[in-house]
Every structure is written in structure tokens, then in C-alpha cells.
Write a protein of this length. Structure first.
Length: 218
């Protein structure tokens, strides 16, 4: 079974896998202790839906097609089921933040891959593919941070997020440009993003500050 909207085609199970992992991450985010606020069970579902579907909806709007999340009921069903799974996992797993970090990395990788593959199937250029892959990867997380009234992670000096999404999308475009098949390029891209994100989180690697900020700090 495939999604078919204009010239964009991608196996449905891949898109649903991205939605599911993203939704689990979103629900787990709501279950992690936050000294500023205590989220209720509804927040778990809201964050799951936003993270699982947000980036894809932004991507499809830019592609000028009906968002797949609105055209196919399985997207919302997957997000809701994954929300329950995410909250249960966050409750039973002792190191909750570790769970969130791993799911965050996996969700980023899957979303970027889906975004660049859809751009490729739509015969868009390299720059458009990188842009759509990045937006798909970080869009849901941005909306989550806005709802949670916390600093948007992609523009903070934290472990690289948008930078890794950009690099992953560029990796896909580079591989396909030199003749590597789309499935192989997508697989390598996912692994690169997953490993880079996890390593950055565990090594506390942060993106560099802008030059103006550095001059003022002196």
C-alpha cells in the first residue's frame, strides 16, 4: 500500500513508522519530570500528535498537496496508539531521559528520510530536498516546544538538532547524486542521523555561538 498524492509516492508503512516513533517520543516528553510544570494525560496525547504529525503536515503544505495525515485516518490512529505506548514506556523505564533521547534521535532520522524521499519522488531540486527533509525532521519538535512554552530547541545552543537534520538531508542528496539507490541512500541517511544525534547528546556537544555573541563575551 502506498501514499499517492500528485507525483509523491512512498510506502505507507515507512511514513507510519516515522509518525509512530515521533508520537512515542512526544508522549514520553510529557511524562518526563519537569520542575516548572506537571503535564496531565491529555498532554501526552497532544504532544504525541503534534510531534508525530506536525512536521509531515508542514512538509505536505509546502508540497501543495493535501496533508497525508488528513487524507488517511491511519496517521491519527497510529499517533494515538503510539501516545499510549510512549506514556507506558516512560512510566516503566527508570531512566526516562535516556528513552526520550533515543526516541528523539530515531524520530529525527525517520522524519528527515521521509521528507527527502518525498521531495525526490516529486522531482524537486537538491536545495528543495534538503529544505523539506529538515522541515519534516524538526517541525514537530518546534511545535512541541512552542506548546510547552519552552525555548525552541532548534535555535538554541544545545546538542545539534537542525544541523544534524540538514547534514542528513544533504547526505541523502549527495548519495543519490552519485548514483546510490534511493533505498540505500535513505538507510545510510537514517543511520548517520541516528548515530550523530545520540553521540551529540551523550558527549554534550553543542553548536558554536554566532561570531557577534563571541565578541561580546570577550
Amino acid at each position: 500500500m502506498t501514499i499517492q498524492n500528485a507525483s509523491v509516492q512512498i510506502p505507507l508503512w515507512i511514513d507510519l513508522a516515522a509518525v509512530g516513533v515521533g508520537a512515542v517520543q512526544g508522549a514520553s516528553f510529557a511524562a518526563v519530570e519537569d520542575e516548572r510544570v506537571e503535564y496531565d494525560v491529555l498532554a501526552g496525547f497532544v504532544f504525541a500528535i503534534v510531534v508525530g504529525l506536525g512536521g509531515g503536515i508542514l512538509r505536505d503544505v509546502l508540497l501543495n498537496i493535501v496533508p497525508a495525515a488528513l487524507a488517511n485516518g491511519w496517521y491519527l490512529i497510529t499517533a494515538v496508539i503510539a501516545a499510549v505506548a510512549g506514556m507506558v514506556l516512560a512510566y516503566v523505564v527508570h531512566r526516562q531521559q535516556l528513552l526520550v533521547n533515543v526516541l528523539d534521535a530515531a524520530a529525527l532520522g525517520l522524519f528527515v528520510v521521509v521528507g527527502v524521499v518525498k521531495a525526490h519522488d516529486a522531482d524537486l531540486g537538491v536545495s528543495a530536498g534538503i529544505l523539506l527533509g529538515t522541515i519534516t525532521g524538526v517541525g514537530g519538535g518546534m511545535l512541541r516546544d512552542l506548546l510547552a512554552a519552552r525555548p525552541v530547541e532548534v535555535i538554541q545552543r544545545t546538542a545539534p538538532y537542525a544541523v544534524i537534520a540538514l547534514a542528513g538531508a544533504a547526505t541523502f542528496e549527495l548519495l543519490t547524486a552519485v548514483g546510490v539507490s534511493v533505498p540505500a541512500s535513505a538507510s545510510v541517511t537514517f543511520v548517520v542521523i541516528l548515530v550523530a544525534r545520540i553521540v551529540s547528546l551523550f558527549t554534550d556537544w553543542r553548536t558554536p555561538p554566532p561570531p557577534v555573541w563571541r565578541q561580546r563575551a570577550r
